[in-house]
Design a protein around this ligand. Structure first.
Ligand SMILES: *[C@@H]1O[C@H](CO)[C@@H](O)[C@H](O)[C@H]1NC(C)=O
Ligand SMILES: *[C@@H]1O[C@H](CO)[C@@H](O)[C@H](O)[C@H]1NC(C)=O
Ligand SMILES: [Zn+2]
Length: 592
């Protein structure tokens, strides 16, 4: 702020001060300075003991964040089964167990359970048959599991295991994973450090191969936990249900959806204590370690944009062919991306609150903006601008669009009568498929009229006049497979499952590193695409989490998901086993 000159002038002393007064005032200044220093030291001391809090204008840390948006609980370790949990923890650290666990996962990776796009149903497409040998492998690798748990095969290759608890009034814990893996591109087979399905690395170091991370580590991690719990004679109070689909990488139409229907018809709505499927992990962010279980999923729609116009010989062409018109429409799409808006009642905003509250290396400017944004709209826009500098964060917040397919024309001397493209959208968690349809419909309206096209969008005629048109523009749901954003899993003070999961994550993280206290923050996250999560259960079971307790931060412990050199360190895999064991025991002790 700058003062006008006249004002400044008035503040200046108008005469020379006398020396005695000068001396006196110097002493006074020194005295006040010392006093101030002592007072400051005194308050600093009190502050460091947590007796006082500094006013918010001094420290951005002290600004009140809304605790409901980033709830933290302490590490949660089993009490009734403390001895068992401690003893298993020690076992997991032994070389003998590491060798055993690596063997379990390696054996699973060696069975190439690849799933492909557009497969024929089970029983028709022979490529499903590889899941038979995979089941045989599980049977020999986990004898205790198969002797104790009840196994139902759903649509031949879907696996549902039930570990019956003694108290059937408690809702079962549902753990999900998928048996299939993305195919290895044959052209890249020789780029792998180790052949993708052979697992040749020295035991105890690293498990290489397709599926070692996504998601056989999850599936084998769960079974390894249960096998060792059974070996120790543990009998659950709360039932545990395992659901392992076989086509997650191919949309889940034969596996996950059949299992979802089976679970719904067997157990009914709102039947599970909580569902944990693959998803977010933990990583370093701005100097803090954050675990981000996904509590929501973006929606999905592929919009087909189709243009037709009269054909003819290309020696007498019109000014615009269908391909030219389609190109103009697509350029218009890209010139008008969806606006991303960070809204207060969304998981990504809550995640931002967690970062502001707990990330030590976040700039003070951004931290202040995020914290003030709980009350100030201006601060919210500032926070948004800063956070959107990270394109990943921005893509997670807003609805996105990507033109992924295009086709048109058959011959160089024939005018194309038809051209089409598909625009893939991931729908923001606070938007809907209908909003996207309406947005796209309006976006192309004026161009449709400029090009003299009769326009139909999602089954409704958009063109106003019945005048004859030069051609047509049609928008449609490309495969009729649009998905609404998933309902948001509750995380508030009365959401026992979120608290239990948070405490379990902290306990597993600490135990694996022999740490005490608070070392990892749990922040809500979302999935930008749809997982094979049991979509049928979405909306009927509120407590759904997509989380693997894997270290996603350092390329070291986990890498190559969906590409060459997929691998996981033995240490990261052991930590996953520790997590599942802790989760099962904690859920068992909860009375909710
Ligand atoms: C896979 O690992 C091998 C051996 O470390 C390396 O030579 C190769 O470049 C890696 N491939 C890719 C695509 O990273
Ligand atoms: C649109 O195209 C039709 C058919 O070619 C034509 O009859 C009509 O005059 C055109 N309308 C305009 C406004 O150009
Ligand atoms: Zn997966």
């Amino acid at each position: 702020m700058s003062f006008p000159k006249t004002m400044k002038g008035e503040l200046l002393p108008s005469s020379m001060p006398d020396p005695a007064l000068q001396k006196k005032s110097r002493r006074l200044v020194i005295c006040v300075a010392h006093g101030t220093f002592l007072l400051f030291a005194f308050f600093t001391c009190l502050y460091s003991f947590g007796f006082v809090r500094v006013p918010s204008c001094w420290s951005d840390y002290a600004l009140e964040a809304n605790p409901a948006q980033c709830p933290q609980v302490s590490s949660l370790v089993p009490e009734k089964n403390a001895e068992l949990w401690n003893s298993l923890g020690e076992t997991y650290e032994t070389d003998a167990f590491v060798t055993r666990a690596v063997g379990w996962l390696g054996g699973a990776v060696r069975v190439p359970t690849q799933s492909y796009d557009k497969m024929q149903p089970v029983g028709v497409d022979p490529r499903w048959e590889v899941f038979g040998p995979f089941h045989d492998y599980l049977l020999t690798a986990f004898p205790q599991v198969h002797a104790t748990l009840e196994l139902t095969k759903v649509n031949t290759y879907g696996l549902v295991y039930v570990w019956k608890g003694s108290d059937v009034s408690l809702k079962p814990l549902l753990l999900a994973a998928h048996q299939d893996v993305v195919p290895v591109n044959p052209d890249t087979a020789d780029e792998w450090a180790h052949p993708p399905f052979s697992v040749m690395d020295a035991p105890g170091e690293r498990i290489w191969g397709r599926g070692s991370s996504d998601d056989k580590s999850g599936l084998i991690g769960v079974l390894s936990s249960i096998e060792t719990l059974l070996e120790r004679g543990f009998q659950p109070t709360r039932s545990v249900v395992l659901a392992f689909g076989f086509d997650e990488e191919a949309s889940g139409i034969y596996g996950a959806s059949a299992i979802g229907k089976y679970l719904l018809s067997t157990y009914g709505e709102n039947a599970f204590f909580m569902l944990v499927d693959e998803g977010g992990g933990f990583s370093q962010e701005f100097g803090g370690v954050f675990a981000t279980p996904a509590i929501a999923e973006k929606g999905y729609i592929d919009v087909r944009v189709e243009v037709t116009s009269p054909g003819g010989h290309s020696s007498i062409p019109p000014s615009h062919t269908t391909i030219g018109i389609l190109a103009a429409l697509l350029v218009h799409y890209e010139s008008n991306p969806y606006e991303a808006k960070l809204a207060r009642d969304t998981p990504m905003y809550w995640k931002a609150q967690c970062i502001a509250e707990h990330a030590p290396l976040l700039s003070s400017y951004v931290r202040k903006a995020i914290k003030r944004s709980t009350k100030s709209d201006r601060a919210l826009r500032t926070a948004e601008e800063a956070l959107f500098a990270d394109p990943v964060f921005k893509a997670f917040v807003g609805t996105t669009q990507a033109i992924d397919l295009i086709d048109g024309g058959v011959k160089t001397n024939a005018l194309p009568e038809l051209a089409w493209a598909v625009v893939n959208h991931r729908v923001a968690t606070d938007s809907s498929v209908d909003v996207v349809k309406e947005h796209d419909t309006n976006l192309l309206k004026s161009l449709a009229s400029d090009f003299n096209l009769s326009y139909t969008a999602f089954g409704t005629s958009v063109s106003t006049q019945d005048a004859p048109a030069y051609g047509t523009l049609t928008l449609s749901d490309a495969w009729g497979a649009a998905l609404e954003p998933a309902p948001i899993t509750p995380i508030g003070a009365d959401a026992v499952p979120y608290q239990l999961l948070s405490g379990t994550i902290k306990a597993a993280y600490n135990a694996h590193r022999s740490l005490l206290g608070d070392n990892i923050v749990v922040a809500p996250g979302i999935m930008s695409g749809n997982t094979g999560v049991y979509t049928i259960l979405l909306g009927v079971d509120p407590h759904i989490f997509r989380y693997n307790h894997h270290n996603a931060g350092t390329g070291n412990s986990l890498s190559g998901v969906h590409t060459v050199n997929e691998s996981i360190s033995a240490d990261a895999f052991i930590e996953m086993i520790r997590f599942f064991t802790t989760l099962i025991l904690n859920a068992d002790e909860s009375t909710a």
